[in-house]
Design a protein around this ligand. Sequence first.
Ligand SMILES: O=C(O)c1ccc[n+]([C@@H]2O[C@H](COP(=O)([O-])O)[C@@H](O)[C@H]2O)c1
Ligand SMILES: Cc1cc2nc[nH]c2cc1C
Length: 349
Amino acid sequence: MTAEALSKLYIDRPDENIRENVKNIWDGIAKPLKGLGQFETIFAQIGAITGTTHIDISKKAVIVMCADNGIVEEGVTQYGQEMTSIIASSMVMKDTSVCKMAKVTGADILPVDIGINRDNEIGGMIQRNIAHGTRNFKKEPAMSQEDVLKAIEVGIAMVADCKEQGYSLVATGEMGIGNTTTSSAMTAALLQCRVEDVTGKGAGLSREGVNRKVEVIKEALDNYNFHKSETLRILATVGGYDIAGLTGVFIGGAVHHIPVVMDGVISGVAALTAERLVPGVKDYIIPSHLSKEPAAIKIMEELGLHPVIHGEMALGEGTGAVMMFSLLDMALSLYDNPVTFEDINRIGK
Ligand SMILES: O=C(O)c1ccc[n+]([C@@H]2O[C@H](COP(=O)([O-])O)[C@@H](O)[C@H]2O)c1
Ligand SMILES: Cc1cc2nc[nH]c2cc1C
């Protein structure tokens, strides 16, 4: 896909009549008006996206983009790069946090190697490796624009495949040591805000570690001198294959009318990138939780999204999105099997 073809993608507006119809169905259920709050508007959004008031979220998948980041050699993380491979391998064995949580809600985990740094493939992963990790963005741009476009295409194609396999709801997840550094760098560049305001502990840095991370990002951004509108250049220079792949997942959701549940801060940066590249994508995004990483709230504000879970989570892999799956299933049980005002009036007589 070329940058031009990407910018020309057309996103339909969600169906506003169906949005209203779903809201009216909620109002007919025997409960205080708007009593399920944001969940009512989320189902109205799903109806508007899918073009029907019959909400089906029975088959769910988490697309977990796994990739390595060259910036790790600058000492910006608590763990070494090998941890990406270790957790990705465990994901295939259904033995990581997101796998255990997905088992509870009955969702499938689709682990994608989009840029892990290792010579041999991890059997059982969806093989889409574009490169063995990115380059160190403090020294040189992390990726070429061509490779970034390939990664975006991988994400779009993953959603198309999911649709073909009957999935009606997908979520974003990722695994990649160093990806909170790429996320903070991208947020600072895309929102033109101070690096220290959008940089956090990631997977467990000390205060001194965070200070170092801030300095590394600042030095790099000073060199590149981005304008906030240079979305693709920012992604290619200081982003990662995981963020690019997830950008494609969000775009794919909008193109294929599949709602996409957004996980934490890395997914958030990808969502913002997708909306900047292809305006209209954000109408297809369902936020799940507000990550503890400080960039998350700024991204939510910029996108006008309101996550429902405020639990200070900072885990990644798609865990917050899977938690949201459970809440959506529970809310849907009211919508699917409602007690209406007619029912209770009849019983009460
Ligand atoms: O999802 C989040 O908001 C989130 C916040 C902090 C850390 N993580 C996870 O931790 C890893 C990145 O942390 P780090 O410190 O190596 O940049 C990566 O694999 C993410 O899935 C994820
Ligand atoms: C153990 C571990 C698991 C993770 N899952 C997502 N990011 C992670 C980072 C670490 C360090």
